[in-house]
Ligand binder design. Sequence first.
Ligand code: TYD
Length: 153
Amino acid sequence: MPFEDCRILRFPRVEDRRGNLSFIEANRHVPFDIERVYYLYDVPGGAARGGHAHKQLWQVLVAISGSFDVILDDGEARQRFSLNRSYNGLLVGPMMWRELDNFSSGSVCLVLASRPYEEEDYYRDYDHYRDNLRNSGSPPDFSQIKRHPENLE
Ligand code: TYD
């Protein structure tokens, strides 16, 4: 839930005159099994995405092309992350409210997710999310998440 579970990851880069290559392995470069991949593209100028939190889902967001910002909110503090490198990803844990904005023209946001799509995993109302933060006696169980911090920035 808190900000210490969210951080910028750096993926391997194979530099080559013919073009650079990065790769991401589950449970090595991201600390979970990748159950789903989705991507945002054709985002019109000025649009914002997100506006929700997840109960259990872990995600890594990557600016595969172009750039965008992710605003994370743990119910008390907000932090803005600018993603603009194909070899970086933002790890976002459960119970973090997130918004995405400032998409550059032609940008693509790739998301690696620890679970399949489950609408019941979402908090889509900020006040409801805040109430559940206050009411949850114990924080979410992170013990399922395998951590491989060697690639963390
Ligand atoms: P949503 O997660 O709200 O988008 P964003 O966070 O990027 O603003 O999803 C938008 C719609 O797409 C919603 O109706 C559910 C659907 N959707 C799926 O069916 N599967 C998925 O894996 C995702 C991420 C969304």
